[in-house]
Design a protein around this ligand. Sequence first.
Ligand code: SAH
Length: 343
Amino acid sequence: MKHVLEPGHLGLRAWLNDHAYPQYRASQIRRWLFQRRVSQWNEMTDLPKRLRVALSTEFTIWTTRIAAHQKASDGTEKLLLEFGDGSRTECVLLPGASDHSICISTQVGCSMGCVFCASGLDGVQRNLTASEIVEQMLRLQLLLAPTHRISRIVVMGMGEPLANLKQLLPALDEARDPEGLGIGTRRITIYTVGIAAGIRQLANHSRRYPLAISLHAPNDHLRSQLVPVNRQHPLSDLMEAAELYFRASGRRVTYEYVMLARVNDHADHAEQLVRLLRGRTALVNLIPYNPVAGLPFRAPTEATVTRFCQILENGGVQVQVRQRKGAGIQAACGQLRRDRPVF
Ligand code: SAH
């Protein structure tokens, strides 16, 4: 059965129209789902019974089942969701004192093949549909107390968002819509491995979401080894697209830099990074590596991270060290899925 939001906002209106129901019913349904957080048709008490029955025979509210639910001591919660076709993806709730973030996935697996990442170890199975992306938001929202709301989305789960923009952008429209989650554009960050063509496409989109680029290396030689798509989109092309995005959006671009001990954490790498980013409106996010079973990479020592950070600061590059969250529950993308065989 199709997800009720699969036809999109207009699609649901068309369905209602075909079945001789007024258009405002679509708004009511969306409010029940996003704001009143119901899980069943019969809870939508202001819809006529006949409509609820008709909806339930054609649409479903949930196309996923929760295959695993983990909670870390820092409050981070992770869901492993299984779709009707047996494929699985992950999403995470990062609760804060007043601010609750979620991390969502855009694909089952990933085809980018970054050598340190668990998500891409088995390649990509398929793109998620817009409603499957929205369903992650709804599932995570249900983990919050009724008075709390999601205030931030990071599209940094499994998969490469710019390889599935066609489904991602309508899903983010639902997140922004006041009848949906009502989250402002500037509170939704898209992470990308750095597909220059996709960044240019995003620069032409009407909504300029904050952008984070997974850089991970300051030169083409090393980056091509760690992030294989660098061979198709070398740094010169990527940095040009990033600059274009900055000019179009007016937003500082964030560069993610996962620190791998003795691979990309040398002082010389930090100096090269300064040369690459100096003069740009940029923020570097240093991420100590979250080790993945079976992969040879390790996190650097704290002293190494501090020294790297200082070189960037001294070079005039804005930098922060990202806090690791949910370490006890394998919250680095793709880890939980790999840990669970399909039964
Ligand atoms: N495909 C997108 C988004 C998914 S990955 C991208 O590449 O940005 C989200 C971020 O986590 C990326 O910066 C990715 O390189 C990083 N990452 C992947 N595996 C990691 C690990 N084991 N430890 C720390 N960061 C990791």
